[in-house]
Design a binder for this molecule. Structure first.
Ligand code: ACO
Length: 329
């Protein structure tokens, strides 16, 4: 029997026009362009401005452009998963709102909360529906308005994050392309180092939680860094080893963009050179669900059918994982 795989057949990113530079941050908190660049590799990030705009608005822009560039009728889409930690509302799911804003009427969908690994979790989940023939066309979105949960008086976190959305079209194929293998992990004990303290069922919003600034990202940078740097490199090396992929077989590593030093460590561990790594952290910062689709979108014109691509991510949860895919067009 011919094996059906799920292949990426279109990719689209979207970033809001406003750019927040390191220079501007220097005027807001006690930081410097030199510190931010040397510790993170980030120069600027895009921020969504405007009353009443949220993650679904960025995602809808990406989805509309994706449908148009791939010549896809919204009625053909059977599934939409939105990877995000900044949903428009706690419920309903942002995926539902995006469908409404883009004219997608025949899809079911939901949000995927796996922080910076959310896009990988969502891609793997959607691929199973496509591989089994349950869904013919799926859209996987990675989108976050990180500025909505960032404390712009805290230099530890406000320099790191940006806002963006990306959308991926997945379709079945019988060719030897598409998603070939994946390894996903989670370790909930990591929640102590990276989380949002209030707003959930344990600590609902109150005047006290607002005064204590508990609705923002809380991160203990160093322990997260130590986990991220080993786990992301380990999982990327593991997926190469179990598929007998040598560094020269890999066309591109597409790492989650949280910190240039973590990306460099992963690339070193895989034995791939800088020309084989997609890096755009300098211009966007950490956009959580958005980083991997933004990379694929920017590199799309350079990709060739059959290219071996390794996606790798680490994020809050902790969650981490890697996907090996062969580019399909
Ligand atoms: N400007 C200037 N100084 C700063 C800044 C800043 N923006 N931020 C922190 N510092 C200071 C600290 O106060 C500290 O000063 P001290 O030595 O006097 O106490 C010093 O710089 C060093 O701080 P560290 O936190 O040790 O800096 P580090 O080198 O670890 O870099 C960073 C911090 C960039 C956050 C790093 O730890 C990191 O990248 N961690 C991992 C992030 C990650 O991968 N997260 C997962 C994904 S995010 C998600 O899932 C939502």
């Amino acid at each position: 029997m011919t094996r059906i795989r799920a292949a990426i057949t279109g990719i689209q990113g979207w970033v809001p026009p406003y750019i927040l530079t390191n220079k501007e941050l220097e005027a807001m908190v006690d930081t410097s362009d030199e510190w931010i660049m040397s510790r993170t590799g980030i120069k600027e990030r895009h921020i969504l401005k405007g009353e009443g705009l949220g993650t679904s608005d960025m995602a809808a822009e990406a989805v509309k452009a994706l449908l148009e560039k791939t010549g896809t009728n919204p009625d053909e889409i059977g599934m939409v998963i939105c990877a995000t930690v900044t949903p428009d509302m706690i419920f309903p799911a942002t995926a539902n709102i995006v469908c409404d804003k883009t004219g997608i009427k025949n899809a079911f969908g939901f949000d995927m909360n796996a922080a910076c690994s959310g896009l990988l979790y969502a891609l793997v989940t959607a691929s199973k529906y496509v591989e089994t023939g349950t869904v013919k066309k799926a859209i996987v979105i990675g989108a976050d308005k990180m500025s909505s949960i960032t404390d712009y008086t805290s230099r530890e976190t406000c320099v790191l994050f940006g806002d963006a959305a990306g959308a991926i079209l997945l379709e079945p194929t019988t060719e030897e392309v598409g998603i070939m293998d994946s390894i996903m992990h989670s370790d909930g004990s990591g929640r102590f180092y990276l989380h949002m303290k209030a707003g959930g069922s344990v600590k609902p919003p109150s005047y006290e939680t607002i005064d204590a600034k508990e609705h923002f990202v809380y991160q203990e940078g160093q322990p997260v860094f130590k986990f991220a740097v080993t786990k992301m490199a380990d999982v990327a090396a593991e997926i190469m080893a179990r598929n007998n992929l040598k560094s020269e077989d890999v066309s591109y590593l597409v790492p989650h963009q949280a910190n240039l030093r973590i990306i460099d460590a992963t690339a070193r561990r895989m034995g791939v050179g800088t020309e084989q790594v997609m890096i755009n952290i300098e211009r966007y910062g950490n956009t959580t669900g958005g980083t991997i689709p933004l990379c694929l979108w920017e590199w799309e014109n350079k990709l060739k059918k059959g290219d071996n691509i390794i996606l790798a991510a680490f994020g809050g949860g902790f969650t981490w994982g890697s996907i090996w895919l062969k580019w399909a067009y």
